[in-house]
Design a protein around this ligand. Structure first.
Ligand code: NDP
Length: 240
């Protein structure tokens, strides 16, 4: 049995990741987290008994704890093999414009705090899977815009709160990789490329499938040697 959980799955890359995971016959349970079931028709219309759709607000501790309880029942003592922290937001903020505190706080809450909280609350189930099968993993969907090496460029100028929060997610990934290693739970960061979603816009280079197809295969292929690294969807290393 291989189980995977993905956040932010009603649209975009999260929905694409769910579809790709379901193409893999080795995966027996896919848990798709959404915050609003009313906008999840594309997800709930997928006809596959391996798919479990759960409502959860990933920034809310009580909601995440409730989701852990439901997932504990679904996996029935076998633990969780793969957690993909995908949900994210990008809000415009310019350093030479008005500074909107709520934009910065919300960006950190969704892009950095939620992956920390979800990783923390699901650690018990990840550890259980690692005990049974030798390892489990966290995949954090980050962005090249969170890489310090890319920061001195026009391309990264507008969404500074997004870049700051993804840089924080990158640091979280390294800390998870280091601290959860003793439990045989790995953590890796990924950039999906520039993808045609509501966030990426229709001008982006890649369709959802062109990103999530290789990205899912990459995530499923990783081993201990990849712990704490940052990869592009295509498999080459991304700068931090
Ligand atoms: P979309 O804007 O298309 O989708 C975002 C998803 O995140 C939605 O499912 C949304 O749910 C969910 N979400 C947002 N806020 C919350 C919240 N507070 N609680 C729960 N779920 C939430 O984005 P993409 O699919 O393009 O992006 C997915 C990930 O990939 C993000 O982390 C993004 O930063 C990253 N990424 C995307 C790139 C691109 O080019 N598209 C490039 C690099 C990285 P809802 O519909 O309810 O709002």
């Amino acid at each position: 049995m291989v189980s995977a959980l993905v956040t932010g799955t009603n649209r975009g890359i999260g929905l694409g990741l769910v579809r790709e995971l379901l193409k893999d016959p080795s995966i027996t349970i896919v848990i798709a987290i959404v915050r609003n079931l009313e906008t999840a028709n594309d997800l709930t219309s997928i006809d596959d008994t391996r798919l479990h759709v759960l409502k959860c607000e990933i920034t809310d501790e009580k909601s995440v704890v409730e989701a852990v309880e439901k997932v504990t029942e679904i996996v029935d003592g076998k633990g969780l093999d793969l957690l993909i922290n995908n949900a994210g937001i990008m809000r415009p903020l310019k350093l030479d414009g008005d500074v909107d505190r709520s934009v910065v706080m919300e960006s950190f809450e969704v892009n950095a705090f939620a992956p920390l909280l979800v990783g923390n609350k699901f650690l018990g189930l990840l550890r259980r899977a690692a005990e049974l099968k030798g390892s489990a993993q966290i995949a954090n969907i980050s962005s090249g815009l969170g890489a310090l090496e890319n920061a001195m460029s026009e391309a990264t100028k507008p969404p500074v709160a997004y870049s700051m929060s993804k840089a924080a997610l990158n640091m979280l990934t390294r800390r998870q990789a280091f601290e959860y290693k003793e439990y045989k739970v790995r953590a890796t960061a990924f950039t999906p490329g520039w993808v045609r979603t509501d966030m990426g816009t229709m001008n982006a280079a890649l369709s959802v499938e062109e990103s999530t197809g290789p990205l899912t295969k990459l995530i499923m292929s990783l081993t201990e040697e990849h712990n704490g690294e940052f990869y592009r969807f295509s498999g080459d290393k991304s700068p931090w």
